[in-house]
Design a protein around this ligand. Structure first.
Ligand SMILES: [Zn+2]
Ligand SMILES: [Zn+2]
Length: 162
């Protein structure tokens, strides 16, 4: 749990820095986002009291390994909120659990799907070739068979001189 004792926060604020088990994010249950491995939640926060209100700012991230939705390449991603801002009104003078808010902030930052790059060309639906690093083999296969009428038409065109 990411906790702060509001009775003990110094006037200049209190820094909360550390790691938290990322199992609370339940990343494995996100639809469409496979998670192969994951690190802890890393947080760096500053808590301060404004009257009886608690103000928490800072950042929290988690790193995990997923795959590109189009080419299925494994990729490490770092997801979180670089500008957390939690404002709780009239908090009691005791320990306050910030975990639910942090959890929510990180989960809101997880996109519905991951792509290794904007230019990812994915896999050919015909031959499964990874079009980012290899050529589609569908054309080659067609040529080998060679007996398709459309191929004859193309070879006839090849013979023409423009
Ligand atoms: Zn990709
Ligand atoms: Zn292909």
């Amino acid at each position: 749990m990411i906790r702060v004792n509001t009775a003990r926060i110094a006037p200049e604020g209190e820094r909360l820095e550390g790691e938290e088990d990322s199992s609370i994010l339940e990343l494995e249950s996100l639809p469409g986002v496979p998670v192969f491995s994951r690190g802890p939640i890393r947080y760096d926060l500053n808590a301060s009291m404004v009257g009886r209100d608690l103000l928490v700012t800072g950042s929290a991230f988690v790193e995990f390994e997923t795959e590109c939705v189009t080419c299925l390449a494994r990729m490490k991603v770092r997801i979180g909120d670089p500008a957390i801002c939690i404002h709780m009104e009239k908090v009691p003078e005791e320990e306050v659990d910030l975990t639910p808010e942090i959890r929510e902030d990180i989960l809101l930052a997880v996109p519905a799907r991951f792509k290794c790059s904007e230019e990812c060309r994915g896999l050919c639906p015909g031959c499964g070739a990874n079009l980012n690093r290899e050529k589609c083999r569908c054309g080659a296969k067609r040529k080998k068979r060679g007996a398709l009428p459309e191929n004859d038409a193309w070879s006839a065109l090849d013979g023409l001189k423009f």
